[in-house]
Write a protein that binds this ligand. Structure first.
Ligand SMILES: [Zn+2]
Ligand SMILES: [Zn+2]
Length: 249
């Protein structure tokens, strides 16, 4: 019994590696599917790739894709002005950096926002029957972690990968609108280290200037793993960046 609730240092290290990998998978699917493909239509993914990413988002985050796209589109429409669902200039830096999830949930629960910003995103069978059940995704995720690492380390792993993912997302909406360098005169900032941890999302100043581009990097030293993934998928015929919008094609 005791063996089940305790764990060795080796198991702990493996669990932490799995936490890191899970957060990177969540971040990759968020930037490539939720953000670049669904919200901005900057790239069209092969249906199989799209399904896998939707499944992974459901499993590792429980996010409702339409709600995410709606809140994000509203953020672009009112960037850092009255009406922006999560702006450090409107709501305060620490409010967004630490409480982004609260502001996101407030807007995601507004049916007017969902209706107005997602008219082009129909609910398909998977959305209606599987992916809209946040609790089911979270429960399956927790079950996998507990089976793999036991109840104590498994629960630590689940809580940690959620906390890190939320922290990174909050940093895009908080820090990447507050500190960092600018290539363009919009209110967002680029944060090189954050871009490294978020598959390119941290290049937020570039993104706000060219929201329809599937590539966020502009300079040779800016790392955009989301774009590298799209370029690799394109090489296999699995992704098509929107031609008039894609930069560097
Ligand atoms: Zn932004
Ligand atoms: Zn965007």
């Amino acid at each position: 019994m005791l063996e089940w609730v305790t764990f060795s240092m080796r198991e702990f290290v493996i669990a932490m590696i799995c936490v890191f990998v899970t957060v990177q998978i969540s971040s990759l699917c968020t930037t490539v599917y939720l953000h670049r493909a669904l919200s901005h239509r900057a790239v069209t993914l092969h249906p199989a790739v799209e399904w896998v990413m939707r499944f992974l988002i459901w499993l590792t985050t429980g996010i409702d894709a339409r709600a995410w796209a709606a809140v994000h589109r509203k953020h672009h429409k009112f960037s850092d002005a009255e009406g922006d669902p999560h702006s450090p200039y409107v709501h305060g830096f620490w409010q967004i950096q630490l409480g982004n999830l609260h502001y996101y949930r407030l807007e995601a629960a507004n049916p007017e926002t969902i209706d107005r910003y997602t008219r082009d995103i129909p609910r398909d069978w998977w959305e209606r029957n599987v992916f809209s059940s946040t609790w089911a995704g979270n429960a399956l995720d927790a079950a996998i972690w507990v089976i793999a690492f036991g109840p104590v380390l498994g629960v630590i792993g689940v809580l940690l990968h959620f906390a890190l993912y939320i922290f990174l997302n909050s940093s895009i909406n908080g820090a990447a609108h507050w500190i960092g360098y600018r290539n363009y005169p919009n209110s967002a900032r680029n944060l090189w280290v954050l871009a490294l941890l978020t598959m390119g999302e941290g290049l937020h100043n570039n993104h706000h200037e060219f929201p329809g581009s599937s590539r966020f990097s502009q300079r040779w030293w800016e790392i955009d793993a989301g774009w590298y993934t799209i370029a690799a998928l394109r090489a296999f015929g699995l992704a098509k960046p929107t031609p008039s919008l894609a930069l560097g094609d």
